[in-house]
Design a protein around this ligand. Structure first.
Ligand SMILES: NC(=O)C1=CN([C@@H]2O[C@H](COP(=O)(O)OP(=O)(O)OC[C@H]3O[C@@H](n4cnc5c(N)ncnc54)[C@H](O)[C@@H]3O)[C@@H](O)[C@H]2O)[C@@H](O)CC1
Length: 497
């Protein structure tokens, strides 16, 4: 897993690197600026582009000054530096770099008042006003400057983090923030890049390696982790020689209602494709013909027959919720499942029923996986004003009750029993269609049935789900949930070969 760092941890990594390599802070700024321009030149190779570089008073501004000097060395012809320091707080590193850049034949302007703002409409603005040192919302002049930058029509490239966006913690949508087309960020994406409220500030980001000590970074006790393909390859076990259907578990999918049988079919098909040895669907009898026609491999059990603990004992894992409907019957079924003593996944209407009977939340057994989207999450655990607070609540619950929450989102967050947050990097907007959640449930259930630890099943399931979609999105604009499900075996093949 790639450990994501808080600002404080990133500073500690800076200091550690400085000590270990016996360099200075100024050397690190030079290194950061060098890493920035290498990526910048790939993205924007035209040396005749008009580039306005807006520099604030701290190290982020110092980066901007060195970036300007390095771009000049790389033959970028039309560079203008704008110094912005409305509060008179220029920091030592900034002053050192200013002295350095003044020796170059570069145009340098001081922005005394906001109305002096200028930029080439179709040019580039490199925004180095504030980075991770932002410590409060930006006041009036800064807010006005940011508004002008955003309205300038230029392509905005932010250094490390768009000015106004906190690296971690609650993002208030009312705070002024630079709306960057691209952020070139140092060493690691900042935690808030993965929160939906950062969408206005960040269109895309890339990471510039500034060679901080990776060993030190990985040792930090962090909450947020970015999942990588390597992690998934280490979790997934290839199928064994001499194995048989019994080796890979028996999954029970409790899903579907008269009008929502598709949800049951999608979850069951994903469960098959993701490798459960046997899959049984508990659906209303009206869906039997559809089930037999679409998925002949899936067995059927009448929902009514699942009436007590004994009737659930032959299954290795149980997933309930997609398309079940919010009814007393569903609620009764969920109560029974909470007491079944089986690996359990609760989704959709199973969660909606729990939300109506909150006392049941306390009875959710350890190891259970809940897969809510934002609205389902808030119905269960209370309304939240921000995603940061939502994640805090999820961490409190998972630590206290030892269950796992998969909070669905563009970057889905899996929160494990220790309150650690695993951010899924796969997936894309072509997936924004009904049925995707049902498929995700089916995949995770299949992994649970195969004996994977709940959090690992959840993390791996999310990765496979998004990866299948990413493969399809290479040549199609939208993706049906059933297509995504059908792509799972190939993704599993690629991840295990
Ligand atoms: N490991 C890394 O990530 C590295 C980071 N570096 C750069 O250093 C930056 C962090 O530098 P700093 O800590 O100096 O922070 P910034 O440059 O982001 O800002 C600090 C300055 O802004 C002022 N300030 C903060 N919030 C303000 C507000 N709301 N209104 C007005 N003034 C405000 C502070 O008083 C201080 O003068 C990073 O974003 C990055 O660009 C690189 O230079 C070196 C390596």
């Amino acid at each position: 897993m790639q450990q994501l760092l808080t600002t404080e941890q990133m500073r500690a990594a800076d200091q550690h690197t400085i000590r270990r390599e016996q360099i200075t802070e100024n050397d690190l700024i030079d290194r950061a600026a060098g890493a920035f321009v290498s990526l910048f030149a790939v993205e924007y190779p035209d040396r005749n582009l008009a580039i306005d570089i807006y520099c604030g008073p701290g190290n982020n501004g110092a980066d901007g000054l060195v970036i300007a000097g390095l771009l000049q060395q790389m033959d970028y012809q039309r560079l203008i530096i704008h110094l912005c320091d409305f509060d008179g707080k220029a920091q030592p590193a900034f002053l050192v770099k200013l002295e350095w850049v003044r020796k170059k034949k570069l145009t340098i302007r001081s922005l005394g008042v906001v109305s002096d703002f200028e930029a080439f409409p179709n040019g580039i603005i490199i925004e180095a006003l504030f980075g991770s040192g932002l410590n409060k919302p930006l006041a009036r002049e800064w807010a006005e400057l940011i508004a002008l930058i955003n309205q300038s029509g230029a392509h905005i490239v932010s250094v490390d983090i768009p000015a106004g966006l906190p690296s971690e913690g609650v993002i208030n949508p009312d705070w002024p923030v630079v709306e960057a087309e691209l952020v070139i960020s140092f060493q690691r994406p900042k935690i808030n890049f993965f929160f939906p409220e950062s969408a206005t500030a960040i269109n895309g980001f890339i990471i510039a390696d500034i060679e901080l000590d990776e060993g030190f970074i990985q040792q930090q006790d962090g909450v947020f982790h970015l999942v990588t393909e390597n992690d998934i390859k280490q979790i997934i076990k290839p199928r064994k020689r001499f194995s048989h259907k019994g080796t890979y578990g028996h999954a029970l999918v409790i899903a579907g209602h008269e009008d929502t049988m598709g949800a049951a079919l999608l979850a069951s098909s994903a469960c098959l494709y993701a490798g459960a040895g046997l899959t049984t669907a508990a659906i209303p009898s009206s869906g039997l013909t559809a089930l037999n026609t679409a998925l002949p491999e899936v067995m059927y059990v009448p929902s009514l027959r699942l009436s007590d603990k004994a009737s659930l004992q032959s299954y290795s894992a149980i997933g309930a919720g997609p398309g079940l409907g919010k009814s007393t019957e569903t609620l009764n079924k969920v109560s029974l499942l909470l007491d079944a003593g089986k690996p359990l996944l609760l989704d959709a209407d199973a969660l909606n029923c729990l939300a109506q009977e909150k006392t049941l939340l306390e009875q959710i057994p350890a190891g259970t996986i809940l897969t809510p989207h934002m609205k389902e999450f808030d119905n269960l655990f209370g309304k939240h004003e921000s995603w940061w607070e939502r994640i805090e609540t999820a961490r409190d619950w998972t630590k206290r009750k030892q269950f796992v929450i998969v909070l669905k989102n563009q970057y889905t967050f899996t929160i494990n029993e220790q309150g650690k947050v695993f951010i899924n990097p796969t997936g894309n907007p072509a997936m924004a269609q009904g049925g995707m959640g049902d498929v995700l449930s089916g995949i995770i259930l299949a992994l649970l049935a195969q004996g994977y630890h709940p959090a690992q099943a959840a993390i791996t399931g999310c990765y496979i789900h998004g990866k299948s979609a990413d493969k399809l999105a290479r040549c199609q604009a939208t993706i049906r949930a059933s297509e995504l499900a059908a792509g799972i075996p190939q993704i599993l093949y690629e991840l295990t070969k």
